[in-house]
Design a protein around this ligand. Structure first.
Ligand code: GDP
Length: 198
């Protein structure tokens, strides 16, 4: 771990015009509010507080870009599934996502799902958004420290079955480090596909 010792916050975008230049490689992280996305990002990057955890669900409607090294970024998408998002912000979110999806540099999506809940409708919608035929979608079934082995195996099986061959998925826990190496490998693979800064 700790490969990205230079990781730093780059910018928050409320509109597509604020995105960083579409060069190099980037990987998006998305998930339902409170699923454990910030904790997963911090664990994978071996950073305690690069992405803020435990904030008010649904509070942030911005896309946060972090630069891991030159030409290699992650994009933290706003948590979804939180009902009390003002209409005005909901309307902003669609075009922002559309613009993100169009980016050549977007290599893959990490979808963070609370293993106790499993995949739900908004998660499936996001998978379709990412277009898994065109780029990788990797589901992190997190908080597995709250499940016993049998329950964890079952949720992984159900996730694979639901999206047969279209996505990859794994068990994960930011708390006890389960699956951390596998998640990191996926991130590195996606970020390493082309030379940076191209
Ligand atoms: P986000 O809203 O998706 O970014 O979720 P956070 O990372 O802020 O986590 C939401 C809550 O779940 C916090 O109270 C975290 O401490 C907790 N949490 C996150 N990951 C794990 C995990 O792997 N195991 C356990 N037990 N709790 C977790």
């Amino acid at each position: 771990m700790g490969r990205f010792t230079e990781a730093r916050f780059l910018l928050s975008a409320a509109a597509a015009g604020q995105f960083p230049p579409d060069r190099g490689c980037e990987v998006a992280f998305a998930g339902r509010s409170n699923a454990g996305k910030s904790s997963a990002i911090n664990a994978i990057l071996a950073r305690r507080s690069l992405a803020r955890t435990g904030k008010t669900p649904g509070q942030t409607r911005l896309l946060n870009f972090f630069e891991l090294e030159a030409g290699r970024r992650i994009v933290d998408l706003p948590g979804y599934g939180y009902a009390r998002v003002p209409e005005r912000e909901r309307l902003q979110w669609g075009p922002l996502l559309e613009a993100l999806r169009e980016r050549r540099s977007l290599r893959g999506l990490f979808l963070i799902v609370d293993a106790r809940r499993g995949l739900r409708e908004p998660d499936l919608a996001l998978i379709e958004w990412a277009n898994p035929a065109a780029r990788g979608v990797h589901v992190l079934l997190t908080k597995t420290d709250k499940l016993n082995r049998g329950e964890a195996a079952e949720v992984l099986r159900a996730t694979h079955k639901r999206l047969e061959g279209r996505i990859t998925a794994q068990l994960f826990s930011a708390q006890n480090g389960m699956g951390l190496a596998e998640a990191e490998q996926t991130l590195l693979r996606w970020l390493g596909e082309d030379s940076a800064g191209e």
